[in-house]
Design a protein around this ligand. Structure first.
Ligand code: HEC
Length: 280
């Protein structure tokens, strides 16, 4: 459904930038169609509330969440992440040396297109690049250390509007396009796309869970999930979403996952960072 809207919008849109027109990729037109779809389908949900995932869709859950958030289960991870963030590497440098604004309040800028490598760099990847550049071992993308560090960095960015740039560079546009295609492609034994669940069925139940809307779906990452009994990174979440459709999860931070993150985060531009989140 949305796919058709996007395509139609892309065809009628007057593209100012010749490269975009030539490539047939028009993120701005996709953005408008995506936002229109969600705001028209859920007219009662305030725009900035979509970033609260399942809670934006379900009043009962929302009440539970308000109660949980008084003693947030991710607090220990934020504290741990802060300590990790401030502890110098063996060479005396810190994470602050690798990031814009010394790494404080920058979560909303990721994923970022890196002109040097021609690839999409998520916050998690940027953290590991920083570690490796300073002679430290990279963290496992699915595990607690990475979740704690990104929880702290998200926490310092709370309320900042997502601000993803797609430079007029054919490689950036190709990455965006690949991410969009990954999002709408059906896969797994159940033959579901990401959109089958998060565009067509937000607010509906799948077993005991309420599906989050795709609009702003990454703004709350990383999340504490009671079902996991702990924190989970974006990679952990995407891998479990692939398993839900009895498909084969990709390796964490594979190009497909980074590109889909690039696409979805661009769709969320202007919506506030709400991470880290707490989920049932
Ligand atoms: C079979 C349905 C299904 C499919 C297909 C699916 N997911 Fe999910 N997804 C879920 C469920 C269930 C949850 C947990 C409840 C929720 O937050 O939606 C979830 C949660 C998420 C979350 C965390 C949202 C939050 O606020 O906590 C993200 C991000 C996400 N999915 C992304 C994706 C992406 C990207 C794809 C495609 C690769 C995908 N999902 C495919 C079912 C699905």
């Amino acid at each position: 459904m949305l796919r058709k809207v996007c395509l139609a919008a892309a065809i009628v849109a007057v593209t100012a930038q010749p490269l975009l027109a030539a490539s047939g990729v028009d993120p701005q037109a996709d953005f408008k169609a995506f936002r229109k779809y969600f705001t028209e389908r859920f007219p009662k949900v305030p725009l900035n509330d979509f970033v609260n995932g399942p809670y934006s869709m379900d009043e009962g859950l929302r009440k539970q969440w308000k109660a949980i958030d008084e003693f947030p289960p991710y607090e220990f991870a934020v504290d741990q992440g802060k300590q990790m963030f401030e502890t110098p590497f063996k060479n005396g440098k810190t994470y602050a040396d690798c990031f814009p604004n010394k790494g404080i309040g920058v979560r909303q800028l990721y994923p970022m297109f890196d002109e040097k490598s021609g690839e999409v760099v998520t916050l998690d990847v940027a953290i590991n690049k920083c570690r490796e550049a300073n002679g430290e071992k990279p963290y496992d993308y699915s595990k607690d250390d990475m979740a704690a560090l990104t929880a702290y960095m998200a926490y310092t960015s709370r309320g900042k509007p997502m601000d993803i740039k797609i430079p007029n560079d054919p490689r950036a546009l190709a990455a965006y396009k690949a991410g969009e295609e990954y999002f709408y492609t059906r896969r797994g034994q159940l033959n579901f796309s990401c959109a089958s669940c998060h565009v067509q069925n937000p607010g509906n139940h799948i077993r005991s869970e309420v599906l989050a809307p795709a609009l702003g779906i990454l703004n709350a990452m990383p999340i504490y999930r009671s079902a996991w009994g702990g924190m989970g990174t974006t990679s952990r979440r995407l891998r479990s979403c692939n398993s839900q459709v009895r498909g084969t999860p990709l390796s964490a931070e594979s190009p497909e996952y980074r590109n889909v993150e690039y696409f979805l985060s661009y769709m969320a531009n202007g919506l506030p960072i709400s991470g880290p989140g707490a989920r049932p």
